[in-house]
Design a binder for this molecule. Structure first.
Ligand code: AMP
Length: 543
């Protein structure tokens, strides 16, 4: 027997309509590329998203069309999130930190129709414009007065909106319609696209609001330093309006002093981002001898939060929430909200707990699988690859059958490539990474691609890239190499060989020449042994 309840689709446009009606005075406060601090309410945001939706329609945008952005966190980027998906098109957020080659690949693979560009990123597009697909059109996200002098054929964002009506009846369609597209680096080859649906996005926003923001004072201010171009700023542009909290958007100003000033003047309650950005804020807090006014919670994820960082913030009265997730998971999987029995423990035990990755969010199932393929107990001891299942987790990758097949197990769970334990209270502990990637400043570098390129150098016989700890960037890649003959080229020479295919920040920080590579039983390079051998290694910059 079926229930007798209405079948209303879960649509993203409903979030903004709800926020405008129920939390109309909460705001999006944005540091903009133009240099000003801009404020607008959710009510105004809904009106501007309606104008943008009409403008997109006028430009011929249709259901399913991919509309790309190269933009910082800000109100116009949020308007795009809602307007594009609201009319059934797909918002494709592009990471500007990718190499030109990857950028071109992604734009081509997604078959973007329009590309919305923040002022900062116009030169990035100009540099590759001869290689962009024909027919791709550009919109500069500013007003007429700030339009840049560019050789590109461009539209002006504010002009597009101007004459359009501020109301719209958002169309209704299947909740499984694609809404967002975000590419994530693979261990090898090209980036792969996670294609979110309306249903997955709304459910993820609900889950996040249930847990992360539910205990905040009403109309709190949340600062997503995690970029909108990287996994939708962890879903905050959807979750915050749902909860009635305001969004404080840092735009391009991500250094410690700028973040401190913004948080202090806006009295930001909770700030979200990768460990690297909090190093900068920490330094500024030290310099000022105080934390920003009102600062109460730090959500940190994307890479493991260093224990020292957790301790330092906790000692200043900031509640550190360690979260774990993936682009493929919309992205939040686990979070560090603590039960009372942990809060009753001494400081050290609490920090121990906070150094782990927390417990699962509703809607996310976790299992760990041992090397022999069997499911491991949740006893805090047995380690294995972490697999996840849920209704905001990918079922494959956009137009990429091979990667889709490789990602899922026979039971339909998604393999994260993380090695973890789970204890009897449900706490996740990420111990290692099975995937061959280095994460620097929250962004990926493919070890395998670097190795392949290094081995194309005539002086290199074998190469392996390993991650070395770095206090600011978390990890930096170091190349371990066996020479083909007598010649051992310098790091600069190797960089010259590798440039172009990788962004500059992705190139190795050092090269270590070894006589031979340690191998595993199956004849592969043993990165485990290499990591052990170079346990005490210090990066050149830190010596
Ligand atoms: P991304 O898709 O770029 O968000 O990266 C997801 C991956 O980042 C995960 O599979 C982990 O390898 C890593 N990661 C994310 N959060 C954490 C965390 N809190 N601790 C350790 N690793 C993390």
């Amino acid at each position: 027997m079926l229930g007798m309840m209405m079948q209303r689709p879960l649509l993203i446009s409903d979030i903004l309509t709800y926020a405008a009606e129920a939390h109309g005075r909460s705001e999006i406060i944005s540091v903009r590329c133009e240099g000003d601090l801009h404020r607008q309410s959710y009510r105004e945001t809904a009106a501007r998203a309606a104008q943008l939706a009409h403008a997109l329609k006028a430009e011929g945008v249709d259901m399913g069309d991919r509309i790309a952005t190269l933009a910082w966190n800000g109100h116009r980027h949020v308007e795009l999130y809602y307007a594009v998906s609201g009319i059934g098109a797909v918002i494709h957020t592009i990471n500007p930190r990718l190499s030109p080659e990857q950028l071109l690949y992604i734009i081509g693979h997604a078959e973007d129709k329009l590309l919305f560009v923040d002022l900062t990123f116009v030169p990035l597009i100009e540099a590759v414009k001869d290689h962009l697909p024909e027919g791709l059109r550009f919109v500069i996200m500013t007003d007429r007065a700030h339009m840049p002098d560019t050789s590109l054929d461009v539209l002006c964002y504010e002009e597009m909106l101007e004459a359009q009506p501020k109301q719209i009846d958002w169309p209704e369609f299947d909740e499984n319609t694609a809404a967002g597209l975000c590419y994530t680096s693979g261990t090898t080859g090209h980036p792969k696209g996670a294609l979110y649906s309306h249903r997955s996005t709304v459910l993820h926003a609900l889950y996040v609001s249930l847990i992360m923001g539910a205990g905040y004072p009403p109309e709190s201010k949340i600062l997503p330093v995690v970029p909108q171009f990287h996994v939708n700023a962890w879903g905050l542009p959807y979750a915050a309006p749902l909860m009635g909290h305001s969004l404080v958007m840092p735009g391009p100003a991500l250094d410690g002093p700028s973040l401190f000033k913004l948080m202090d003047s806006e009295k930001v309650f909770s700030a979200w981002g990768v460990p690297t950005v909090w190093q900068g804020l920490s330094a500024e807090i030290k310099a000022q001898g105080r934390i920003p006014e009102g600062f109460s919670e730090l959500v940190v994820g994307g890479s493991a939060a260093p224990r020292a960082m957790i301790e330092a913030f906790e000692k200043q009265g900031v509640d550190v929430q360690h979260a774990w997730g993936m682009t493929e998971m919309s992205p939040i999987g686990t979070h560090g909200k603590m039960p009372q029995w942990v809060k009753d423990e001494d400081f050290k035990t609490q920090v121990d707990r906070k150094s782990q990755q927390g417990r699962r969010m509703f809607g996310v199932d976790l299992k760990i699988v041992g090397e022999d393929g069997t499911r491991q107990p949740h006893d805090g001891e047995a380690a294995g690859e972490l697999f996840v299942r849920g209704n905001a987790i990918v079922s494959g990758y956009f137009n990429n059958e091979e990667a889709s097949r490789a990602a899922m197990d026979a039971e339909g769970w998604f393999g994260t490539g993380d090695i973890a334990t789970i204890d009897e209270h449900g706490f996740l502990n990420i111990q290692d990474r099975a995937k061959d990637l280095v994460k620097s400043g929250g962004e990926w570098i493919s070890s395998i691609d670097l190795e392949n390129l290094a081995m194309a150098h005539p002086a290199i016989a074998t190469a392996a890239v390993i991650a070395m700890p770095h206090p600011k960037w978390d990890e930096r890649p170091v190349l371990v190499a066996v020479a083909e003959g007598e010649e051992t080229p310098s790091l600069e020479e190797l960089h010259a060989h590798m440039e172009g295919e990788f962004a500059k920040w992705q190139l190795p920080d050092d090269v270590i020449w070894v006589e031979e590579m340690p191998l595993t039983a199956t004849g592969k390079i043993s990165k485990l042994t290499l990591r052990k051998t170079f346990e005490d290694y210090v990066l050149p910059e830190l010596r």
